[in-house]
Design a protein around this ligand. Structure first.
Ligand code: GDP
Length: 290
């Protein structure tokens, strides 16, 4: 981990260990306190922060640093390893034909993410298609069509059809030539039963390789409940965190990752189709702590 990426107060706390050969409880607590402050500010769930703190304290005080490793480097290594454990590895998405269903509440960024993910796969040499099944939100069809056009990927939708499951079925057939079929679903304002039922039906028609849950970086306490509902309905194996170009650092979404026992797949960093990054632990950790 590059030290410049750490917040200055955390760097200060680690510098307190400079030149020491033994690590005292106070030294570790000073470091842990700074990490806690940053993570809580980044909306990371308090229970996750406490678990991480306990792991860092226990390891730093009980494990023997390898010979030749300074106290400061040792604690830094433990901190980094535990932070990677917290945020997880990137969701595995092999570059091969697959079907992806996007789930999430309205406004979370599903339609935008569908086009972004399609664009990402197209840059990897695959042929993606976006299938728009959101019959609920006015303008969703036009928005999806326009974004798919900008991403230069195949698109299917039917603005005259109300039955989202039928659109999904027909869309999967119509885009059967595509390698990666990305099904965008309707999101509502809250976790209504209708939303969940429709999602379950689309999921059974699509039989996807991945169900990705799309979450706004600004999500807080609600992340856990949302994740558990979507997990219960279709099973979530990856999370997309959107709007990371704003002030929110996306730490709230980690509760959803924990709840669904999944990993983070993509990060959304702007409104255009190109504003997408594959999740990668060290960059995300720097963002959380910075
Ligand atoms: P949906 O209802 O879940 O399909 O959400 P949309 O894809 O329509 O996104 C809702 C709003 O958030 C739109 O105005 C998008 O332009 C915006 N949006 C989505 N992703 C991002 C992002 O990564 N950064 C920014 N700044 N805006 C985003």
């Amino acid at each position: 981990m590059v030290l410049d990426d750490l917040g200055s107060s955390l760097r200060g706390a680690l510098d307190g260990l400079r030149g020491k050969s033994r690590i005292s409880e106070e030294d570790v607590q000073a470091v842990v306190k700074e990490i806690q402050r940053s993570l809580l500010q980044a909306d990371v769930d308090v229970d996750l922060v406490m678990d991480l703190s306990d792991s860092i304290e226990t390891r730093a005080l009980e494990e023997e640093p390898p010979a030749g490793t300074s106290a400061r480097d040792w604690v830094l290594r433990i901190v980094y390893e535990e932070l990677v454990e917290l945020v997880g590895e990137s969701t595995e998405l092999p570059l091969e034909p697959q079907t992806i269903v996007l789930a999430g509440l309205q406004g979370s960024g599903k339609t935008t993410s569908a086009a972004k993910i399609a664009w990402w796969f197209s840059k990897k040499g695959l042929r993606p298609a976006v299938i728009q099944t959101d019959t609920w939100r006015p303008g969703a069809y036009e928005q999806a069509e326009e974004m798919a056009e900008r991403a230069e990927v195949d698109f299917y939708g039917d603005p005259d059809e109300d039955d989202a499951v039928k659109i999904a079925r027909e869309g999967l057939e119509a885009t059967a030539d595509a390698d990666v079929q990305i099904v965008d679903t309707a999101g509502r304002h809250a976790l209504e039963d209708g939303l969940i039922d429709e999602l379950e039906d689309i999921e059974s028609v699509a039989d996807p390789d991945h169900n990705l849950l799309v979450l706004d970086a600004a999500i807080g306490q609600e992340a856990k409940e949302q994740a558990s509902r979507f997990e219960g309905a279709v099973g979530i194996d990856g999370v997309v965190i959107t709007k990371l170009d704003g002030t929110a650092k996306g730490g709230g979404a980690l509760a959803a990752v924990n709840e669904t026992d999944s990993t983070i797949a993509f990060l959304g960093t702007g409104e255009t189709v190109k504003d997408v990054e594959r999740f990668e632990p060290s960059g995300f950790i720097s963002r959380l702590l910075g």
